[in-house]
Design a protein around this ligand. Sequence first.
Ligand code: FAD
Length: 452
Amino acid sequence: MGVVRPEKEIEIYKSADVLVVGGGPAGIGAAVAAARQGRSVLLLEKRGFLGGNVTACYVENCNYFLAGTGFSAEGIYAEIEDKAYREFGNDNIREKNKYAFSSEYLKVFLDGFLQREGVELLLHSFVNEVIMNEDRIEAVIIQTKKGAAAVKANMVIDATGDGDVAFAAGVPYEQGREKDGLCQPGTVSLRLAGADPAVLLRNGDRLSEIGRIFKQDYRAGKTGLACKRQDLPFGRLTKGGQISYVNYACAYGIDPTDIADLTRGEMECRRYDIEIWKYLKTHFEELKDIEIASIAPEIGFRDSRRIEGLYKLTIDDMESRRHFDDVIAVFPRFYDMLSPDANMDGDGSVEGKGYAGHIFEPVKDQRTFEIPYRSLIPVNVRNLIVAGRCISADHVAESGTRAVSLCMMTGQAAGTAAALAARDGASPDKIQIRELQTLLTKQKIKLPVDLG
Ligand SMILES: Cc1cc2nc3c(=O)[nH]c(=O)nc-3n(C[C@H](O)[C@H](O)[C@H](O)COP(=O)(O)OP(=O)(O)OC[C@H]3O[C@@H](n4cnc5c(N)ncnc54)[C@H](O)[C@@H]3O)c2cc1C
C-alpha cells in the first residue's frame, strides 16, 4: 500500500506569458525566441547552470558532422556560436573540431545572454508536477528547497529533454526502441589535463589516430576493457594541455527516467572513466602524463521519452525528404544511434529500418529532412508545446532530430509559436502557420516555403 499525500494550497511564486522548463539547447532557443516576440518569459532549470547536455555532459563539438559539407548552423545557435567566441575566444588548437564550444565559458556566456534578452531565469528549479484544468496546464509546480512553489503561465514549453512536463500532464509517449523500449546508452564523459599538444599535433591529428587504433584493438578483443563502447571521440585540445572531453563511458540498458537505473549508470560510467584514463596512459606514450581534470557532473542521455504529437515524424519521412506545409526546420540528413544493446553488427546504415543495433549515417549529397510544427504539439494538452529531443518522432528518426543545433531550432519555433498563442489567447494548434514561418525566416531560419 502507498501513502496518501494530504492536499495543500501552494503559493503562486511567479507568473509569465510563456514558461519554459529546461535550460538546454531547446529551452534556450525557446526562451530567447519567445522573449524576442515581446512576451514575458520565465525559464526554469533544475541544474545550477544552463546548456543542458552541452555543458553538463561536455557535448561541446555539437556540429562536427557539418564540417566540410557546405551546411552551417542557423538561427539562435549560429548567433550563440558567434557571440560566445567573440566574448571568450576559441582556445581550441585542434583543427579537426575547431568550432567546438568550451562548456565552461559557455555556461557563463549563457547567463549573460539570457539576461540581456530579458528572460527571467530560475536555476535549481526541478519540475515534475502540474495542476491541470481540464486540458490546460493551470500551474507548474517547482520542487524547491523551501518546498513546492507554483508558477502560472499562459503557455508552457517542455524542453526538459525527457518530456517531464508532458509526462506530468498526462501526454502519451514512447520511450526507447519500439521492440524492447531500450534507449541509447548513458554516457559520463571525462576531461583530461597534462597532454602535450605539440606532440599530439606533430604529425597530423594523433587523437583521431588513437581513436582508430582503439576501435581496431577493441574489435580484435585486445583491450580487455569492461565497457562495450568501441568509439573514442576526443574533444578540444588546448595549448595548456587540456583534452576537453573523452566521450567513452557508456552504461547500457538504463531507463533515463528511473532513479535506480540512473544511480547504476553514474557509478558504472565513472568506473569506466577511470579504466580508460589508465588505459590511455599506459598504451599511448604521448598520453603518459595525463590526469583526470574532471568527470562530467551528470550522466547524459541521447534519447528518452518521445511525446505523442499531432504528427509523429518517421524515418520514412526523413528518408523520402517529405515536405510538410507546416515545416519549421530543415536539417541535413544525419543519423547517429548508439546501439541500445551494444550490438555493433551491421554497417550502421538505416536501410531496411530494422537496424541491427547502431546507425551512423554522415551528411551526404546536400540531403535534408524537414520537421513539421505538429510534431511539437501534444495530442491532448492545449497550452503545451514540446521542443528538443522529446518531440514526436520514431526512435530512429530521433537519432537525427536529437542534434543539438536542431533541438535549438525546434526550441526557436516553439518559443515563437508560444508567443503568438499567448498574444492571441489561442491554443498552439490554432496559430497562423504562415505567420510563424515568416517570423522564423526573419530570425534566419531557412524554410522551403513561399511566403509571398
Ligand atoms: C555523451 C553525449 C554525446 C552527444 N554528442 C552529440 C553531438 O556530438 N552532436 C549533437 O548534435 N548531439 C549530441 N548529443 C545529443 C544532444 O546532446 C542532445 O540531443 C541535446 O542536448 C538535446 O537537447 P535538449 O535541449 O532537448 O535536452 P538536454 O540537452 O537534455 O537539456 C534539457 C535541460 O532540461 C533540464 N531539465 C531536465 N528535466 C528537468 C526538469 N524536470 N525540471 C527542470 N529542468 C529540467 C536539464 O537539466 C537540461 O538543462 C550527445 C549526447 C550525449 C549524452
